[in-house]
Write a protein that binds this ligand. Structure first.
Ligand SMILES: Nc1ncnc2c1ncn2[C@@H]1O[C@H](COP(=O)(O)OP(=O)(O)OP(=O)(O)O)[C@@H](O)[C@H]1O
Ligand SMILES: [Mg+2]
Length: 227
């Protein structure tokens, strides 16, 4: 029995790592076979092209590497990670929790194309990563929906106000605004499960968001995994 691939997606600082970690603990406590993944896979050299891109080695603007080129950098990192670290687990029935996935290309790279080409890009992306490379398709993608303003605040706080620590994407406000549009477009077209993380202009609590996620995951993985 193949496992389940659950993706946690969202803008920078939206809480992906926080929620993925809590979900891992929750599923482990319930005795489920689970493995947590995070992309890009900074711990391994497969991510070197992504690191070069985010450091600005190909140019200081995200657009200096086009949507298809940059998408390929991220895709091969995932492919290497799949072959080396989690294909066997997935095929043996493990639940994989991914902090970002192919879905992040749909958010970040699609901004580089005019909206008239978005459908074509999404079709290409899915065919390339899931079809040609053979990466597993997510069973469900949760989209942590925060406003671009809150996203900016959270990453600034994480770097303790040190702007120089931000990467090529993170320091570009206009780019992040665009990402909010491509994210919402992708969420609708690719049927992501949207988790509203804002209550008015404020963030909902970490626990509240976690409870909503676990409720949806319980529904989705039963009866294969008795939670
Ligand atoms: N609901 C929340 N309320 C308040 N703070 C939060 C909430 N969720 C996450 N945070 C805080 O926001 C910061 C960013 O969270 P986290 O690292 O989980 O986000 P991320 O989506 O993984 O970010 P990135 O995309 O940059 O990797 C952390 O300091 C975290 O503790
Ligand atoms: Mg993170």
């Amino acid at each position: 029995m193949r496992g389940k691939l659950i993706v946690i997606e969202g803008l920078d600082g939206s809480g992906k790592a926080t929620q993925t970690e809590l979900l891992e603990e929750y599923l482990l406590r319930a005795g489920m076979p689970v493995k947590r993944l995070s992309f890009p896979d900074y711990a391994h050299p497969s991510s070197v092209l992504v690191q070069m891109y985010l450091k600005g080695e190909f140019g200081n603007h995200p657009e200096d590497v086009n949507a298809y080129g940059a998408s390929s950098f991220y895709a091969v990192d995932r492919y290497a990670s799949y072959l080396k670290f989690w294909k066997k687990d997935y095929e043996a029935g493990c639940i994989l929790l991914a902090d970002r996935y192919t879905t992040s290309n749909a958010i970040y790279q699609m901004t580089k194309l005019p909206q008239s080409q978005w459908y074509e890009y999404l079709d290409w992306l899915q065919d390339y990563e899931y079809g040609r490379l053979g990466l597993p398709q997510p069973d469900i993608t949760f989209y942590l929906d925060v406003s671009p303003e809150i996203s900016q605040q959270l990453i600034t706080r994480r770097y303790h106000g040190d702007e120089s620590k931000k990467d090529l994407h993170e320091r570009n406000r206009e780019f992040l605004q665009q990402c909010h549009l491509t994210a919402r477009f992708s969420a609708q077209k690719l049927e992501w499960s949207c988790i509203p993380c804002m209550a008015g202009t404020r963030l909902r609590s970490i626990q509240e968001i976690h409870d909503e996620l676990t409720g949806k995951i319980r529904e989705m993985i039963q009866p294969d995994y008795p939670l």
